[in-house]
Design a binder for this molecule. Sequence first.
Ligand code: SF4
Ligand code: SF4
Length: 107
Amino acid sequence: MTYTIAEPCVDVLDKACIEECPVDCIYEGARMLYIHPDECVDCGACEPVCPVEAIFYEDDVPDEWAAYVTANVDFFDDLGSPGGAAKVGKIDHDAAFIKALPPMNQE
Ligand code: SF4
Ligand code: SF4
């Protein structure tokens, strides 16, 4: 079990969560951020700082966003476990269904 990021992060990416993570396991994709399921230590520090409530404990992800749990795992298929997001930087990739979403900017 781990924490995961869901749809409200798409096109927001303000990175408030990154500042809180003690193990630097929140990685930046093209349209949202992803929590590494093996590197996350389940501390919960990121969840309350997200301004759009996009972060959930895996068991608590709303059903409508269940696909994001898989997306947070699959995002690391090619990346493996780098052991830190800062040195990796932004990765120009998202799950196919996320790429296909319309622009989510609220403005
Ligand atoms: S729960 Fe803790 S370790 Fe996991 S992503 Fe959030 S801040 Fe990082
Ligand atoms: S704090 Fe929330 S909206 Fe901001 S980057 Fe993290 S998950 Fe996305």
